[in-house]
Design a protein around this ligand. Structure first.
Ligand code: PRT
Length: 206
C-alpha cells in the first residue's frame, strides 16, 4: 500500500504574520479546524499539516525539510543568511529595516555614523550595510525594544523594523537611512519531495 506524503507548511504561531498567513492559506482553499493550542494542525480538505512555530525558527524548519514550505519575512531570511528558494512574494508583512537617530542628532549621511554605537536585532544586515557604506560603527545586538536604546544611552542610533513609524515617533527618533525592504514570502525546502511540485502547480504559486 502506498502511503500518501503529507506536506507541512510552517507559519508563525502568533505575531504580525500569523493572521495574514492563515488568510493566505484560506485564500488557496485550505480549511483548518481552528484551535489556538495545537502546534500541528491538519488541513481538513488536503493532505497538508500546518506547523505553528516562531517566525525566527521558520527558515531552520524549512532548510532542514521538517517543513516543506514556510511563510516568513525576507528580513528574517536575510538576517539568518538562509538562501531558501522563494516560491512567491505574498504582498503582506511589508516593512523596512531603517537606521534611526534621536530627532536632534547631527547624523545626516552614512559617514556620520563613523564611531557611533548602533543598537539592533539585525546585526548581520546592519554589518552588511555599514561595510557597503565604508563606515566603522559599534553594533550593539539586542533582541527587542530597540527603540529605547538611545534614550537609555545604550546607543547613539538604532537599526530596526519600521512600518507606520509610530514607534519611532513615540521614542523621539527619526528614520534616516533604509537598510533593507521586506515583505512576507512563501519559501520552499531544498529537500526534494514529489508532492511539493503538485502543491505549487495546483495552487499556481509561481
Ligand atoms: O517571536 P517570533 O519569532 O514569532 O516573531 P517576532 O515577535 O520576533 O516578530 P513579529 O511578529 O514582531 O514580526 C514578524 C515579521 O513581521 C517580521 O520579521 C517582519 O518581516 C514583519 N513586520 C512587519 C514587522 C513589522 N511589520 C513591525 N512593525 N516586524 C516588526 N515590527 C515592529 C518593529 O520591530 C518595531 O518595534 O513594530 C515596531 C514598529 O512598527 P511601527 O508601525 O510603529 O513603525
Amino acid at each position: 500500500m502506498k502511503i500518501k506524503q503529507r506536506l507541512k507548511i510552517a507559519v508563525q504561531k502568533s505575531g504580525r504574520l500569523n493572521q495574514d498567513s492563515m488568510n493566505f492559506l484560506a485564500s488557496l482553499g485550505l480549511s483548518f479546524i481552528s484551535s489556538g493550542r495545537l502546534l500541528i494542525q491538519q488541513c481538513r480538505n488536503f493532505d497538508i499539516d500546518i506547523l505553528y512555530v516562531r517566525a525566527s525558527d521558520i527558515p531552520e524548519y524549512v532548510y532542514r525539510g521538517i517543513a516543506d514550505f514556510g511563510i516568513v519575512g525576507q528580513d528574517v531570511l536575510k538576517e539568518k543568511n538562509m538562501d531558501l528558494l522563494v516560491v512567491s512574494k505574498l504582498d503582506f508583512g511589508k516593512c523596512e529595516l531603517k537606521i534611526a537617530v534621536p530627532k536632534k542628532s547631527f547624523v545626516k549621511k552614512p559617514a556620520d555614523l563613523q564611531g557611533e554605537r548602533i543598537a539592533t536585532s539585525y546585526p548581520k544586515l546592519l554589518r552588511d550595510y555599514l561595510v557597503k557604506e565604508g563606515v566603522e560603527a559599534a553594533i550593539i545586538p539586542i533582541s527587542g525594544s530597540v527603540e529605547v536604546a538611545p534614550g537609555l544611552d545604550l546607543a547613539d542610533a538604532i537599526c530596526d523594523i519600521v512600518q507606520s513609524g509610530a514607534t519611532l515617533r513615540a521614542n523621539n527618533l527619526k528614520p534616516i537611512f533604509t537598510v533593507f525592504k521586506s515583505q512576507a514570502v512563501l519559501v520552499e525546502s531544498p529537500i526534494k519531495k514529489t508532492a511539493k511540485e503538485g502543491f505549487i502547480n495546483k495552487f499556481k504559486l509561481n
